[in-house]
Design a protein around this ligand. Structure first.
Ligand SMILES: [Zn+2]
Ligand SMILES: [Zn+2]
Length: 391
C-alpha cells in the first residue's frame, strides 16, 4: 500500500526515453565508432538535425506557440511541427500549455510543472518521469492553440510523426549514406539525447546559474554560456520578465540563433508582427534592480550623504517613469482620435506625421535619460566602494 510520502508512479515509456536512451547512446555510439567508425557526413547530418530540432522547439514551440512573440506562415509552422515532433518533447499543445503554467506560476512547487524550487534534477527531467499532480493535461490556458489546425494535426498524429522523424528519417539517410546502423545511432539516437539535455538545461540550469539583472522575483538567470548551448534561450532572466519579446538575447552580440532565424524569416516575408519590448521598459527594469542593490549597499555603509544622493536620483527615476506613462497615454489617445475621425484622415496626415515624430523623439529622450542615470549610478557606487567604510 502506498504511504503518503511515497513517490507517484513511474511512467514506463518516459523512463525508457529519458533514462534508457541516454544509457544506450553512451554504450552503443562509442562501440560502433570503434568498430566501424563514423564519416564526416554523418557528423554533419547529426549537427543539422540537432539544430533543426532545437530551433523548432525554441523558435516554434516556445517563442511562436507558447508566447505568441510573432506570427508565422503556415509553411514555417508545418516545418516546426515536424522537427519539433522529432525533438521528442511531447506535442506542441501539451508543451505550450505546460510552459504557460511554468511562466504563470514560476517557482511555485504546487503549480509550476518544472519548478526549480523542487531541485535541479526535478526541473531538468525528474518531472517527466513520474505521474506528478503538476503534470495535469488541462488545456484551458491554450485554447488559442486548439484553433491552429497544424497544432491539432500534430497533436493527433504525434506518435507516428515522432517515430518517422526519429527513426524513419535517419534510416532513409543511412541508406543514402551507405551505413544504416551508424546513421541511426548518430543522427537518430545521439542527436536526440543531446538535444534533450541542452533544451532541458533551460528549465534546470537557467534557473540556478547566472545573473539576475532584470528581476529577482523569480529564479530565472541570464547566462551567456548556457545561451550558446540552448540556441539562445540562456538569457532566461530577461525572458521571464519580458516573455512576449521574440528575442531573448537583446544585444546584437548576444548569442541567440533563434532570434536571428525569426528576423531572417521576417525578411523573407514568412514571419510578421515581431514583438519587441520598448527600450525604456528594459532600461527601467535594469535601473530598478540597480537601485535596489545600491540601497542595500548604502544602508550597509550607513553613509547619509550616499543615501541622500540615492534618494534624489530615485526621484529623477520616478519622474522619468511618470513622463513616459504620460506619453504612452498621449499616444494611445491620439490613436483613438484617429479611429474616430477616419474621414478627416487625409487632412490631418501631415500634422500627425509631424506630431508622431515629435512624440518619438520625446520617447527617445527619456530612454537616454535612463541610460545616463544608469551610468551615473554605477560610477557613484564605484567611487563609494573604493572609500573605507565609516562605521
Ligand atoms: Zn523558466
Ligand atoms: Zn518561456
Amino acid at each position: 500500500m502506498a504511504t503518503p510520502s511515497a513517490k507517484p508512479a513511474l511512467i514506463p515509456i518516459n523512463a525508457v526515453i529519458f533514462v534508457g536512451f541516454p544509457l544506450l547512446a553512451l554504450v552503443l555510439v562509442p562501440a560502433w565508432g570503434l568498430y566501424a567508425g563514423f564519416s564526416g557526413a554523418q557528423w554533419i547530418w547529426a549537427v543539422v538535425f540537432l539544430y533543426f530540432n532545437g530551433l523548432a522547439i525554441t523558435g516554434g514551440y516556445h517563442r511562436l506557440w507558447s508566447h505568441k512573440a510573432y506570427k508565422a506562415h503556415w509553411s514555417v509552422r508545418l516545418w516546426f511541427a515536424l522537427w519539433g515532433a522529432g525533438a521528442l518533447q511531447n506535442s506542441i499543445l501539451i508543451w505550450a500549455s505546460d510552459h504557460r503554467r511554468h511562466h504563470r506560476h514560476v517557482d511555485d512547487n504546487d503549480h509550476d510543472p518544472y519548478s526549480a524550487g523542487r531541485g535541479l534534477w526535478f526541473s531538468h527531467m525528474g518531472w517527466m518521469l513520474r505521474e506528478y499532480a503538476t503534470n495535469s493535461e488541462d488545456f484551458s490556458n491554450a485554447q488559442d492553440l486548439t484553433r491552429d489546425p497544424i497544432v491539432m494535426w500534430q497533436h493527433r498524429n504525434y506518435v507516428a510523426l515522432t517515430t518517422f522523424m526519429n527513426l524513419g528519417l535517419p534510416l532513409l539517410l543511412g541508406l543514402a549514406l551507405g551505413d544504416v546502423i551508424g546513421t541511426v545511432l548518430l543522427v537518430g539516437l545521439l542527436r536526440l539525447v543531446v538535444n534533450h539535455h541542452v533544451t532541458f538545461f533551460i528549465n534546470s540550469l537557467a534557473h540556478y546559474w547566472g545573473s539576475r539583472p532584470y528581476t529577482e522575483e523569480n529564479s530565472a538567470r541570464d547566462n551567456g554560456f548556457l545561451a550558446f548551448l540552448t540556441y539562445g534561450e540562456g538569457y532566461h532572466n530577461y525572458h521571464h520578465i519580458f516573455q512576449t519579446d521574440y528575442r531573448n538575447g537583446i544585444r546584437w552580440y548576444q548569442w541567440d540563433p533563434t532570434k536571428w532565424m525569426i528576423a531572417g524569416l521576417a525578411r523573407l516575408g514568412l514571419a510578421t508582427d515581431l514583438q519587441r519590448v520598448p527600450d525604456f521598459r528594459i532600461q527601467r527594469a535594469l535601473l530598478d534592480m540597480e537601485f535596489k542593490r545600491a540601497q542595500v549597499f548604502a544602508e550597509g555603509r550607513k553613509e547619509k550623504a550616499l543615501l541622500d544622493i540615492l534618494e534624489s536620483e530615485y526621484q529623477l527615476f520616478t519622474d522619468a517613469i511618470n513622463q513616459w506613462k504620460q506619453l504612452q497615454t498621449e499616444r494611445y489617445e491620439r490613436r483613438r482620435d484617429q479611429l474616430g475621425d477616419a474621414l478627416e484622415e487625409r487632412r490631418q496626415q501631415l500634422q500627425d506625421r509631424w506630431e508622431q515624430a515629435a512624440l518619438r523623439s520625446r520617447f527617445r529622450e527619456l530612454e537616454f535619460t535612463l541610460r545616463g542615470q544608469r551610468k551615473r549610478l554605477s560610477e557613484l557606487l564605484q567611487q563609494w566602494q573604493l572609500q573605507p567604510a565609516l562605521g
